[in-house]
Design a protein around this ligand. Structure first.
Ligand code: EPU
Length: 335
């Protein structure tokens, strides 16, 4: 058995039946051809910062740890080709050190490059979709490498084709990014206003994130636990009549996003604990494993949060993280 605690940032103390780690997609493909690993219970894991193991896992954890990085350019763009196992934050630092700008707002996002397209990572005014050129994946069934261009990935708010039609069917092996040489700072977020130097924006984003989000090495967590719910105009209007302070951010002319953290805080739950699982005192969207939490405690706290928000606001919160049970991903709506 393999200990899962060091493999996911929420660090629950469970075990998996087996683990396979690969340095290249070619090695993975060879093993898949001969051992049929994709037809047995398995999970593909990056650095485990958005996945939580809520029990022992009766399958094989598969990690693709390829780290290649190359660039080329034309008059308008820098093009980066990055292999799946590269750490996202290291990539951001590498680009800045090499005079390539455009990733600075996405500093300190935990996880690997291969995980970035799956939930279309985003922060401080930029999403992966803004800088994506293409994604290459290994098709688990045909074992062919397939390339999809950005417009074929159906990238949306914390969503992509990899969470829809291609869910559990691929291993992302390479990501192509496209960064404009004519760099424009994105400083719409209040803590960044007035900055017009990419390194300063990087420093400001790092400071902002460090002030709000706990470091998972010191306090195990999985970043934002829930998605920020999107509601329509009619619902937004009726909620504002009751909750005058309700923060609303326009997504389209007819849709608004509400910070899930605000909803949870309004339910009086900030700081609430069940066993060793807590709602972080400084940011209600983060759950932490304060000592030796269990999956049952986590699921109880998640249920408490979802039921409270549903009761107070008639809004159903959807987890942003992936929660894994004994035989695979849990469907939170059927628990
Ligand atoms: N708020 C509260 N209580 C809290 C914390 C926040 O009421 O305890 C309210 C405040 O009104 C605040 C608003 O929530 O203005 C938004 O909070 P924040 O700016 O911290 O952002 P967020 O909506 O919680 C999102 C992303 C983060 C990303 C930040 C910054 C999601 C689910 N999360 O968080 O992404 O870093 O914006 O752009 O969209 C992640 O996905 O893991 C993640 C960290």
């Amino acid at each position: 058995m393999i200990s899962l605690a060091p493999l996911h940032s929420f660090a629950l103390n469970y075990q998996a039946a087996d683990i396979l780690t690969f340095d290249s997609v070619e090695d993975l493909r060879e093993v898949a051809k001969h051992l049929d690993i994709f037809n047995k219970p398995h999970i593909i894991l990056g650095s485990g910062t958005n996945t939580i193991f809520s029990s022992d896992y009766n399958g094989c954890v598969i990690k693709l740890e390829s780290h290649g990085l190359s660039t080329h350019q034309d008059d308008e763009y820098f093009y980066l080709t990055v292999e799946a196992g590269y750490e996202w934050h290291q990539l951001v630092k590498w680009t800045l050190a090499n005079g390539i700008f455009g990733l600075e707002n996405l500093a300190l996002i935990p996880g690997t490059v291969g995980a970035a397209p799956i939930q279309n990572i985003g922060a401080y005014g930029i999403e992966f979709s803004d800088i994506c050129d293409y994604v290459e994946y290994l098709d688990k069934h045909s074992l062919e490498i397939v390339r999809l261009n950005c417009d074929e990935l159906h990238l949306g708010y914390r969503d992509s084709i990899f969470k829809q039609q291609l869910m559990n069917k691929t291993v992302i092996c390479k990501v192509g990014l496209k960064l404009k040489k004519q760099w424009q700072p994105i400083t719409s977020y209040s803590g960044l206003s007035g900055l017009n130097n990419a390194n300063q924006i990087f420093d400001a984003v790092v400071a902002l994130r460090q002030s709000k989000l706990p470091n998972h090495i010191k306090m195990p967590n999985a970043g934002s636990f829930f998605k920020n719910p999107v509601i329509d105009k009619v619902k937004a209007k009726s909620l504002r009549l009751v909750h005058h302070e309700l923060p609303l951010y326009a997504v389209t002319a007819k849709q608004f996003k509400i910070p899930a953290a605000w909803l949870i805080e309004q339910c009086g739950l900030k700081g609430r604990t069940i066993g060793d699982i807590a709602i972080y005192q400084h940011h209600a969207l983060i759950l932490t494993n304060t000592k030796s939490g269990t999956g049952a405690q986590l699921l109880d706290l998640v249920e408490l949060i979802r039921n409270s928000v549903l009761k107070h606001f008639d809004i159903r919160l959807e987890p942003e993280v992936k929660i894994i049970g004994q035989s695979g991903e849990l469907d939170m709506d059927t628990l």
